[in-house]
Write a protein that binds this ligand. Sequence first.
Ligand code: G
Ligand code: G
Ligand code: MN
Ligand code: NA
Length: 253
Amino acid sequence: LYIENELRQAIKAKQFTLFYQPQVDCKTMHIVGYEALIRWKHPEKGMIPPTKFIPIAEATGLIVELGVWVLEEACLFSMRLQRQGRSGNMSINLSARQFKDAHLINEISDVLQRTQMPAEKLHLELTESMLMGDVEAAITQLHQMKDLGVGLSIDDFGTGYSSLSYLKRFPVDTLKVDRSFVKDIPADSNDMEITAAIIAMAQKLNLQVVAEGVETKEQVAFLKRNNCYIVQGYYYSPPLPEHEIEIFRSQLQ
Ligand code: G
Ligand code: G
Ligand code: MN
Ligand code: NA
């Protein structure tokens, strides 16, 4: 209850901030997108990572309010980039509670209008487990999102319980290979096989594929050899505050 009240106060006091992790096309070395990741700038405890408060925000329903803020804040930043001539998508994470919320579609639609964000530049990240409970309801919700024109990604792909037969029925655009598969490449040959298989499957299903948690040049080389060019991870950049994005861009070669 204490942390719940603190979270409520923090929303009022605007103690949250978004960091942005660049997604780099390792063939062209251009930034093709960003993933927005929330942090809580706590006045005494410093920067609190989302793993510490998102579960509480979920359980209390505060995630709905917080989620709308994330959506708008990320779109506003994306529009500032676009006005500077920077292209690139903006990905945001949705939690299960938000995905099931009946108002979500209207809220996304309102934010797109308020911010003038082109819908196709906004990508929503969902996890397999969010889609697998009531599959028919999920498919309906996904189609409503697609009707807004936004992109849809499956985050942490390969770690949840999803069925490949459903994957075909979900109107998604992108699979994000979970970093647990990438982390031990090239030491773990099973992880290499799994990663290569996910990439190949994505291509067969006409899905974009993004590799997460890429930390080494060997991993980049492996992904390139297997036709995955969009990479996200510490090898290129950790999530950055807004003012460091331009510095990163100017140093990217
Ligand atoms: O940035 P970091 O790696 O600490 O993020 C940890 C987890 O928190 C990730 O699983 C990420 O999806 C989740 N997360 C980060 N930002 C948000 C957000 O704005 N909304 C939701 N629902 N989850 C987020
Ligand atoms: O679950 P989701 O994919 O949304 O979470 C992204 C999380 O992964 C963020 O918290 C981010 O800080 C973290 N992350 C991003 N790149 C790397 C990386 O290269 N290595 C590790 N260990 N974590 C990463
Ligand atoms: Mn994510
Ligand atoms: Na992920």
